[in-house]
Ligand binder design. Sequence first.
Ligand code: CTP
Length: 395
Amino acid sequence: MSVLKGRRIVLGVSGGIAAYKAAELVRLLVKAGADVHVVLSEGGARFVTPVTFQALSGNTVWTDLWDARMPNNMAHIDLGRDADAILVAPATADFLARLAQGRADDLLSTLCLARDVPLIVAPAMNRQMWEAPPTQRNLGLIRADGVTVFGPAAGDQACGEVGMGRMLEPEELFERLEGFFVPKLLAGRKVVMTAGPTFEAIDPVRGITNISSGKMGYALARACAQAGAEVVLVSGPVSLPVPADVRCVPVASALQMRAAVLDALPGAQVFIGVAAVADYRPLEAAEHKLKKSAATLTVSLTPNPDILAEVAAREDAPFCVGFAAESRDLDAYAEGKRRNKRLPLLVGNLVSDGMGGDDNTVILYDDTGRHPLPRAPKAEVAQGIVAHLARLLGA
Ligand code: CTP
């Protein structure tokens, strides 16, 4: 269940081309169970009509300070009342300027001034407008006023330029808004993780890999970041978006993964090995593509280093968490791995329950015994693991 379920979110949309992305954001929020109330500035309503937002949110859309539909004619007070947060996305340069000045000359600005709930803005504007000293000055002012700023990102802009100022994508805004409400159980902690499969080259176009999708590892990286940790995710080849506020180090082979982990480890209090690391790699990778001339082909394999065991055996070992995906005898294998690698916590699951899919059923093994978590989407399982980890770290 998303932390946004049942939350009342006021979504302000000011007049920028990124307003079209706000429609998708409403859809994501509603899907997660949030109660979304959209307020459009005059400019916002020129880009996307109220009808679109009304259809997506299922709620009345507000644009006018003088709207008589609110019985007491106080939309600017009532909309913010009982809201869990106001998010303005996109927030234009003009909107930020008016926010910094405390202007109250339309419904959205008045609502922001008359609020006693958290205010978050997602800036969206042309690169030069973003870099302009007045905009940066205004940002400093609104941050000092306690406003949270999501983004912007760098990239292609609607105006044809490339640079800073592009609004975060709806999925990322959604993820950050979720993170805003997640308890900061791992604040101040640095977490290094591995995820995904590894790829062990046989020749320039072939290799040995496995069916790990990376979904569990990426969900856990997201949950750790949302819980306030600094997260470095050393990832084998997967096709998943990097979670917000996570530093991803892409690698292919187990040897590269090991090197990247050791590089990232200084200062880390937690190491989590979620990756399905290949236990063996070809003794040597052919420099050129192998030809199918031979009747038989033998590839000699040599063991890969066990990254988790190596980290856990260090004198300055961080708190180490292992994963075990088994096809049978989960309890015996999982507890055996935990003891062999001397891990304070191991997450076990049956391959048939989780690998590749969106849901997972896991059991947590620690010094006090086994703790099954209910079957749930991987995002929720990840939150359960983080809560357990935080308890063990605190103890
Ligand atoms: N692991 C690792 N480096 C390796 C192998 C595994 O860091 N070379 C980590 C995985 O990320 C996971 C845990 O160790 O956290 C899995 O333990 P392991 O006993 O290696 O699992 P399997 O490889 O599945 O073992 P087996 O094939 O013997 O079942």
